[in-house]
Design a protein around this ligand. Structure first.
Ligand code: GLN
Ligand code: ZN
Length: 758
């Protein structure tokens, strides 16, 4: 029986790779040193996996930026504009990842997208007609040889050709690169055989998404000829993030030597095996250790799956459900933290041991007596004394009525108009103002104990007062307090609610050198006391204009944390929603008339298959959001915000969130979304961002006017707001002031055209 790891984290246990790479970007570390450091890091990863008893240790999973970009580079998919820069190989690679601005030219980066349903982002390959696909890089071969020289014969891993083809943006009308891509992979097979590899893993996560018959046929025909070329090389077709229901039959019929299936997220994986069986000439690699979450594996559950599988598959291997890239390195880095809690977690390194333990148990007929098994059982038995009965009772008491705000949208719009006395095309911002050095210093000094909480508060108040003054001067209609007390919109809420656990070193790569440290939802979530009210009310005390109370929504908090596994995502979401509801009601009680509940991440956890959207996720995510605001008075205006605009396909659901106003990104994505807002009969008032805050550029007044005018062609003036497309925290103070001045001037100018107001 073999153990196999799909991929290992690569950023370094202390984020070494991040710091080296950033030093290299700044010119403080030479290329040779960067390469040398990376080599040491890879070596450490291989040794750790070997010591943990892993049989099929991956190589090629290391990356300086992203694995899909690595594959593009390997296949020569380097668009002309990057080749024309005539940079060195590594420089070209980084130019594609991050853009290039220098002596040799000015080229933007390739676009970046979320990697399936994770918070990791990949670089979208671009295949242009001028760069025919052909094998031209050497990274996977070099890394295989590097490991071999250290005595580790690895299993090279690559993005599979079908997923690569599906994710790539193909430019040029006649360009149809499928054949070339598969031909390049055939050459890769040859090379690995020559180098002495025994297994090669091809990742095809696209198979867990909805594929039509034609696509399944294409997959089948492309792979059948490719597999003719494999010779003695064993090919492992690896899938993850779900089950491969549309093509299970095709996959198991093809000449793969191993098939990796996900038994954690793949609800249909086991039923598929049971229904169609599994061929005797292949190994079924069972992904039973969750590669996405941080809880210790329940051997009881894993062994139940393995025992079932044994009835249908002659050869079984054990592994993780997906690459371990999505979890932190090791609990050992959490020095001094709460060991009782930590002993219930398994990060990447601990998961290696779990995989090898499960292999031992799978080979032991009397495994229920095995100490590995009994100890695991016991550790789960003693888990958590953290159920909060008052929270459970509240969750159970929720009725359809408590999820529904009354009166309906139209009636509310009328009373709010009167109460808030807003002009047509009201102006506002999304919440945060520039996080200057001063702002960050105030927080970090408090944390280090260099200033007292009183000093911190008084500094904070000064900043808020300045921010309110600035917005008044600019002439915005609805003001914000600036969010200077928040480092991160989820972390801040996690820290102020009970039930969250924060690691010290639990970093996970999000993209390139950017890492995040998601909080762990540890127990039932409860709000002990109001935590935003004082700050918002202070801001409100300085102005007669309405100040928006800023809250993070339950789905975003849930989606950007490591979730619990002992209760459902739905139940966690409702618990968090109740906490946010309490905060919203307290804000209202304290006199706040507009409340914004941000849901920056609601779209990202949509199931990968459309057929699973409504029965699952959306059926509780949208009601959980509604629960946060269903208790407020009709005069209180509820806003929400989303950082993206691609919600055409769930536009009815977004409307069903029943907010009064929604702001979203629209500056970069033309007016597509505004068109669908019109076509769908959207009731919620909208604030499509009129300029892009991701760039320091100051948008001229006329440009904003034109944006608003073209929006007005699709949306009635009574339903349109004027705002930037996201929070301003990453911007500088000067450009922010200039941009917002233009925004207000543009709104006033267009307002005059519409209602003749002065
Ligand atoms: N209110 C938050 C801010 O302005 C929203 C951030 C976000 O959408 N990611 O920063
Ligand atoms: Zn945003």
């Amino acid at each position: 029986m073999l153990t196999s790891i799909i991929g290992y984290p690569r950023i370094g246990a202390a984020r070494e790779l991040k710091f080296w790479t950033e030093d290299y970007f700044k010119g403080n570390l030479g290329e040779a040193s960067l390469l040398e450091n990376a080599k040491r890091l890879r070596s450490a990863h291989w040794q750790t996996q070997r010591e943990s008893g892993i049989d099929l240790i991956p190589s090629g999973d290391f990356s300086f930026y992203d694995g899909v970009l690595d594959a593009a580079f390997l296949l020569g998919a380097v668009p002309k504009r990057y080749r024309d820069l005539k940079l060195g190989s590594l420089e070209t690679y980084f130019a594609m990842a991050r853009g290039y601005q220098g002596e040799k030219g000015d080229v933007k980066a390739l676009s970046m997208r979320k990697w399936f349903n994770t918070n990791y982002h990949y670089i979208v390959p671009e295949i242009d007609e001028d760069a025919p696909i052909r094998l031209c890089g050497g990274k996977p071969f070099d890394e295989f040889l590097e490991a071999k020289a250290q005595g580790v014969v690895t299993k090279p891993v690559l993005i599979g050709p079908f997923t690569f083809l599906k994710l790539a943006k193909i430019t040029g009308a006649k360009n149809n690169p499928a054949k070339e891509i598969f031909a390049a992979y055939a050459e890769i097979f040859d090379r690995f055989q020559t180098l002495g590899a025994s297994w090669l893993q091809l990742d095809e996560p696209i198979l867990v998404t909805d594929l039509n018959e034609k696509e399944v046929l294409l997959f089948h025909s492309l792979y059948s000829s490719l597999l003719d070329r494999k010779g003695s090389l064993k090919i492992l077709l690896q899938t993850y993030f779900g089950d491969i229901r549309d093509c299970y039959k095709e996959v198991t019929r093809l000449g793969f030597d191993g098939v990796g299936l996900d038994f954690v997220e793949g609800a249909q994986s086991l039923p598929l095996v049971k229904k169609y069986g599994f061929p005797d000439d292949k190994i079924l690699f069972a992904g039973v250790v969750n590669g996405k979450n941080i809880w210790k594996n329940r051997f009881e559950d894993s062994m139940r799956i393995i025992s079932e599988l044994k009835k249908y598959a002659a050869h079984i291997g054990v592994g993780s459900s997906c690459s371990l890239l999505h979890v932190p390195y090791t609990i050992k880095a959490e020095n001094g933290a709460d060991w009782e809690k930590l002993s219930l977690f398994a990060f990447a390194q601990e998961k290696l041991k779990e995989v090898s333990d499960i292999k031992i148990l799978a080979q032991d007929d009397g495994f229920t007596q095995n100490p590995l098994y009994t100890a695991n059982l016991q550790s789960h038995g003693s888990r958590r004394g953290v159920t909060d009965e008052s929270v459970r009772a509240r969750v159970n008491g929720i009725t359809e009525d408590s999820l529904t705000r009354t009166p309906g949208f139209d009636e509310r719009a009328v009373v709010q108009k009167k109460a808030l006395k807003l002009p047509l095309l009201p102006t506002t911002t999304i919440g945060s103002f520039p996080q200057t050095k001063e702002v960050k210093l105030n927080r970090s000094r408090l944390k280090k104990g260099e200033i007292t909480p009183e000093q911190y508060q008084s500094n904070l108040k000064e900043m808020i007062a300045e921010c309110v003054k600035l917005q008044t001067k600019i002439g915005l209609d609805i003001l914000v307090h600036g969010e200077f007390e928040r480092n991160d919109m989820v972390e801040y809420f996690g820290e102020n609610l009970s039930g969250f656990f924060f690691t010290k070193q639990g970093w996970v790569q999000s993209y390139g050198t950017r890492c995040v440290k998601p909080p762990i939802i540890w127990s039932d979530v409860k709000r002990e006391r109001p935590f935003t009210v004082d700050t918002i009310c202070f801001a409100q005390s300085l102005t007669s204009k309405p100040v928006k109370g800023m809250l993070t929504g339950p789905i975003t908090i849930l989606n950007w944390s490591f979730p619990r596994e002992d209760i459902s995502a739905r139940e966690s979401a409702i618990q968090i929603a109740l906490a946010i509801r309490d905060e919203a009601l307290d804000l209202e009680r304290a006199g706040i008339r507009v409340i914004q509940i941000d849901e920056a991440a609601i779209r990202e956890k949509l199931p990968l298959r459309k057929s699973d959207w409504h029965d699952g996720y959306l059926s509780w995510a949208i009601p959980a959001f509604r629960l946060t605001h269903s208790g407020v008075h009709p005069t209180t205006q509820i806003h929400t915000h989303m950082c993206y605009s691609e919600f055409q396909d769930i536009i009815k659901d977004i409307d069903a969130m029943d907010a009064d106003v929604i702001s979203f990104e629209a500056a970069r994505s033309s007016l597509e979304i505004v068109k669908s807002v019109k076509d769908s009969g959207f009731r919620t008032a909208v604030g499509p961002g009129v300029y892009d805050i991701h760039s320091p550029r100051v948008p001229p007044k006329e440009e904003i006017e034109n944006a608003v005018r073209s929006m007005l062609k699709l949306i009635p003036a009574e339903k349109l707001w004027v705002n930037p497309d996201c929070g301003l925290k990453t911007r500088g103070t000067e450009e922010t002031e200039a941009s917002l001045k233009n925004l207000v001037a543009a709104a006033i100018a267009v307002r005059r055209e519409v209602d003749g107001s002065a």
